[in-house]
Design a protein around this ligand. Structure first.
Ligand code: DC
Length: 231
């Protein structure tokens, strides 16, 4: 018997391994993985490259009037086992994960018009189910009826150390302190913004992975998945 292809919504703090976890679940279930943070980062990258953000200041009116010019799509990359994001046909995957983009993305993602454009795309991508989507408002706004909702968190210093390692491996010259400050300030901005702030949905299950390996997180997920689909 074919299992129903459900929606799995994963929300939580910055840099707590949501994408790694979501990608592993999607591979396990043969689902599509959608990284919604990449979409907010892609809009931020476009704004930086087109001088809509200068000296860290976002020109909100220009970003709103440019939204129609920003075309975002995902294309599966078999080498990564995940989809790469493209902005107006150009591969943006590597360019969206710099500290410069990270420092401006909270301001961009707090603009209502940016959110409504991206939420509509996300709802369209998940309409048939069989998706694992990670972000900040997936279980609360994008898919409030998702069958599984997970709210992820981890100790801020553990998260900063993980992100610091990722960035330095890529050759970015950042300090741990800079990364820690970015993690903490993004948490604050994401949780206090007026529109769709990050919050745990009432029916979400909390996963604190500060001291858990990916394998332990997957074993935790398997139990949860069984309890939902076999209920
Ligand atoms: O998941 P991430 O760290 O790559 O996300 C980058 C930023 O995008 C994050 O600081 C907040 C924003 N974001 C959001 O507001 N809503 C989402 N669904 C996903 C990300």
């Amino acid at each position: 018997m074919d299992r129903k292809r459900i929606i799995i919504a994963i929300d939580g703090h910055s840099s707590c391994g949501k994408s790694t976890f979501a990608k592993a679940i999607a591979a396990r279930l043969g689902y599509i993985f959608i990284d919604t943070g990449a979409m907010y980062r892609a809009v931020t990258l476009y704004a930086l490259e087109n001088s809509i953000i200068e000296n860290g200041i976002v020109d909100e009116e220009r970003i709103k009037s440019s939204l129609g010019d920003i075309d975002i799509d995902f294309r599966f990359n078999p080498q990564r086992g995940a989809s790469d994001i493209y902005v107006n046909g150009d591969l943006a995957e590597g360019k969206i994960r710099t500290i410069e983009v990270s420092n401006c993305v909270s301001a961009v993602s707090s603009i209502a018009e940016v959110r409504s454009k991206l939420v509509a795309i996300q709802q369209q991508m998940g309409r048939k189910g069989g998706v694992v989507m990670d972000g900040r408002d997936i279980g609360t706004v994008v898919f409030p009826d998702a069958e599984i909702k997970i709210y992820m968190t981890a100790d801020p210093m553990v998260r900063a150390e993980r992100r610091f390692k990722e960035l330095t491996v890529k050759g970015d010259s950042v300090t741990l302190e800079e990364v820690y400050d970015n993690v903490v300030s993004r948490d604050k901005a994401d949780m206090t913004r007026a529109i769709s702030p990050l919050r745990k949905a009432d029916d979400a299950v909390v996963l604190d992975n500060s001291y858990m390996s990916v394998e332990e997180q997957m074993a935790w997920f398997d139990e949860l998945y069984k309890s939902v689909v076999e209920a």
